[in-house]
Ligand binder design. Structure first.
Ligand code: LFR
Length: 477
């Protein structure tokens, strides 16, 4: 994305868009980070050709995944994907060794098999040879920055998601040592909204004026960036950063590390000058995977068509907890959902419209549950829910969310992470000087669409069923 700032507001232009397909080799799941780097470089070249001199660029990406580089700066292996099947059992073993309560208290991070801590532990068990030759661990944006500018650092917002950073912002070397994990891999921690360095990549340095282009640390965790772009009016609000995952939470000044937060398995991820008290919800991954299977079966899979069918389908045919760990990486998503329907004594979806409707209704009901948990933990009532990211375009889900929670839902921006990324750069370059100024700037730059709650009674009844089904699922899975 290219951003042009006129001193008052900014607009975004899409320069290049590419798929990021995970690569499966045997039963292992990787990210093809070389292909991402190549696409990024082409994107930067396209932007420079179209718009001329570029003041800075910054990278944000999903969290928790990392690459290891050796003493010569070579990437040792492709980074593993957080959905790699080896992670859940590694988490169970770490929990046995350290204890749930201790893990949460030391880090403030929710116990989630995708976290870097469990991935690193799995690596120690299975790929000790790779760890032995590693010098530095770099999360995905840190790795891409290293490729482009040669600097090694762990940007703070993303580093919090590893689950080996302490709430005071320092690496938890004691926890790693206790688990036999090497602390020599840890780079220095760098704060967001600061210049990291200049461009070292030889090809990019050939571009006009690129010798003065700066590589900047924005909030390099996409969710951290997305939450920077919420056009809120200052009142109490909850948010959902909606994409492959639904990240639902609220912004707090300090990590909330209480017994209740632990019981609800909430997380405290680092932001720019604040924290996000939040929960990972399985999100539109459920729909994306349903689409993949429908396509393979030769059935309708186009999202607009599926949403039309879902609108016409029977309400509340089935409801389920989307955070069932079996839905993290099932080979066949619709089949797994049908199985959950049978296990919980409900009718299973018979066609694509019913399937998608049930998924969206269940997500909205999950949002209600998480909203209730957030409100219990903070003692604050949130009058509105801001939905940002690609999923904010899904009108049916937005209406369901307003209905399930009986709160006003305010959607937009769609390109939330990209907007937040730009804001981090404007702060780093001194173009804006405070987070308050940022919000005013965002409000001038973003158009929102609101949804009013409807149908309280039928959603209340559905919520009862949702809770029953969730309890059954917890017993079974
Ligand atoms: C969203 C996100 C979430 C993180 C998940 C995996 O894109 O970054 O915040 O939990 O991806 O990294």
């Amino acid at each position: 994305m290219h951003a042009a700032f006129n001193g008052d507001s900014f607009g975004l232009q899409e320069v290049r868009r590419f798929h990021n397909h995970p690569l499966r080799i045997s039963n292992r799941l990787y990210w093809n980070v070389y292909s991402l780097l190549q696409e990024m470089k082409w994107g930067i070249e396209d932007a420079a050709r179209t718009y001329g001199a570029i003041a800075s660029f910054a990278t944000d990406s999903w969290a928790v995944d990392y690459g290891l580089v050796d003493t010569n700066g070579h990437l040792i292996d492709l980074p593993r994907h957080y959905r790699d099947p080896r992670n859940p059992s590694a988490m169970e073993e770490v929990i046995r060794r350290i204890g749930r309560g201790v893990l949460f208290q030391r880090t403030g991070i929710q116990l989630n098999p995708i976290n870097s801590l469990y991935q690193l532990y799995a690596m120690r068990q299975q790929d000790e040879n790779l760890l032995a030759i590693a010098e530095t661990l770099l999360l995905i944006p840190d790795l891409l920055n290293f490729f482009l500018c040669g600097e090694k650092a762990a940007e703070f917002t993303n580093a919090t998601t590893t689950q080996f950073l302490r709430p005071d912002g320092e690496w938890d070397t004691e926890l790693l040592t206790q688990l036999g994990l090497p602390i020599r891999l840890l780079p220095r921690i760098a704060q967001p909204a600061q210049v990291l360095g200049g461009v070292r990549d030889e090809e990019l340095r050939q571009l006009p004026s690129f010798t003065s282009t700066k590589v900047v640390h924005t909030a390099s965790h996409d969710t951290g960036a997305a939450v920077l772009s919420i056009p809120h009016g200052g009142a109490h609000y909850a948010y959902i950063s909606s994409g492959t995952w639904s990240l639902m939470g609220t912004v707090v000044n300090q990590p909330v590390i209480t017994e209740q937060a632990q019981r609800f398995n909430l997380t405290n991820e680092g932001g720019l000058g604040n924290y996000r008290l939040q929960k990972n919800i399985m999100g539109l991954w459920l729909v994306q995977e349903a689409q993949r299977i429908l396509k393979a079966l030769g059935e309708p899979y186009d999202i607009e068509l599926l949403l039309q069918l879902a609108r016409l389908a029977e309400p509340f045919l089935f409801v389920f907890n989307p955070d069932d760990t079996r839905l993290l990486q099932p080979l066949d998503m619709p089949a797994m959902i049908r199985r959950i329907c049978h296990e919980t004594g409900q009718k299973a979806p018979a066609d694509a419209g019913q399937l998608i409707r049930g998924i969206l209704e269940s997500l909205a009901l999950k949002y209600r549950q998480v909203l209730e948990e957030l409100e219990l933990v903070t003692g604050v009532r949130y009058d509105s829910i801001h939905v940002v990211g690609g999923g904010s375009q899904n009108q049916l889900l937005s209406q369901f969310t307003a209905n399930a929670t009986q709160r006003v839902v305010i959607t937009g921006p769609v390109e939330a992470s990209a907007m937040g990324n730009v804001v981090g750069q404007l702060l780093a370059l001194g173009e804006v000087s405070s987070v308050e100024q940022v919000t005013a700037l965002i409000r001038r730059s973003v158009q929102v669409v609101s949804y009013m709650p409807q149908d309280a009674e039928s959603w209340d009844a559905a919520y009862e069923r949702f809770q029953q089904a969730s309890r059954k699922q917890a017993e079974i899975s």
